[in-house]
Ligand binder design. Structure first.
Ligand code: NAP
Length: 251
């Protein structure tokens, strides 16, 4: 695996993250499959093939993040691409609620603060903690980049438009966590401009996974934009928010 560029994908043991890992190994990367559960990560890495390595990484556990960064530095000495993909919508059973029930339970007036904190811990603070641990390695790797996997659900422009389907479904928990992630994306892009490190947000679209069993797109489609942005040339953009077919999404 010596000499190959290295990508780390968080939450890569299933869903869109797993597909991104498959696609990046096909593009010549050694891919570190971040997984909070070691066994699930190892099974996924085996499924992806010889250029995949399981990396225990719970984005809500600082000890796990620090150990992962030490391992990346020691075993690989570089990090060309960081894909921040891990996220949750709820701490309870994903299939228990319809999307309408989810939105109703996560309106600002009724949402459980504990539930909201737990979701933001993964989707917002977890992303920032992984960023802080990995930035020194990214800075030491020429032409490195970060892709934050966001969602069109986090767009304040769409949420504020009464004619958009995102308007009525804008909830305080998941959707607003992706808005916060978008804010972090811009802050990271501004910070890393001088280093030449690109930081972009992508929306996979409504993709059939454990998180979205009713999704209309296949994981291959959901992974496509993260992979495209991960492979942008050195002249490519930073601080953008895009979808594979819709192009630029308004913040
Ligand atoms: P998924 O199938 O539920 O996969 C989520 C992944 O994140 C799993 O591997 C999960 O690990 C991992 N994860 C959760 N909490 C974690 C933690 N604390 N530490 C590390 N990993 C953790 O969901 P998905 O649909 O592939 O979602 C991937 C990304 O796309 C997310 O950022 C999501 O918000 C975004 N997205 C998805 C859709 C969609 O329609 N599917 C639409 C827009 C945006 P476990 O297996 O251990 O639970």
């Amino acid at each position: 695996m010596q000499g190959r560029p290295v990508a780390l994908v968080t939450g890569a043991n299933q869903g869109i993250g797993l597909q991104v890992a498959k696609d990046l190994t096909a593009k010549g990367f050694t891919v570190l499959l971040g997984s909070r559960n070691t066994k699930r990560g190892e099974a996924a890495a085996k499924d992806v093939g010889p250029n995949a390595v399981a990396l225990q990484l719970d984005v809500t556990d600082l000890g796990s993040i620090t150990a992962a960064a030490v391992r990346v530095r020691k075993e690989f000495g570089r990090l060309d691409v960081l894909i921040q993909n891990a996220a949750i919508t709820t701490t309870s059973d994903h299939h228990a609620q319809t999307p309408q029930e989810y939105v109703a339970a996560n309106r600002p007036s009724v949402v459980s603060l504990d539930e909201l904190r737990a979701v933001w811990d993964t989707n917002v603070f977890g992303v920032l903690a992984v960023y802080q641990a990995m930035v020194p390695i990214l800075r030491d790797t020429p032409n490195s980049r970060i892709v934050n996997v966001s969602s069109g659900a986090g767009s304040l422009t769409l949420a504020s438009d009464p004619n958009s389907p995102m308007h009525a479904s804008f909830d305080a928990t998941y959707a607003a966590s992706k808005t916060a992630l978008n804010g972090l994306t811009v802050a990271m892009a501004v910070e890393l401009e001088a280093d030449g490190i690109k930081v972009n947000a992508v929306s996979p679209g409504y993709t059939k996974t454990r998180m979205s069993p009713g999704g209309t797109d296949a994981v291959e489609d959901g992974a496509a934009e993260a992979v495209r942005v991960a492979l942008l040339g050195s002249e490519g953009a930073t601080g953008t928010f895009t979808h594979a077919t819709f192009g630029t999404i308004p913040w």
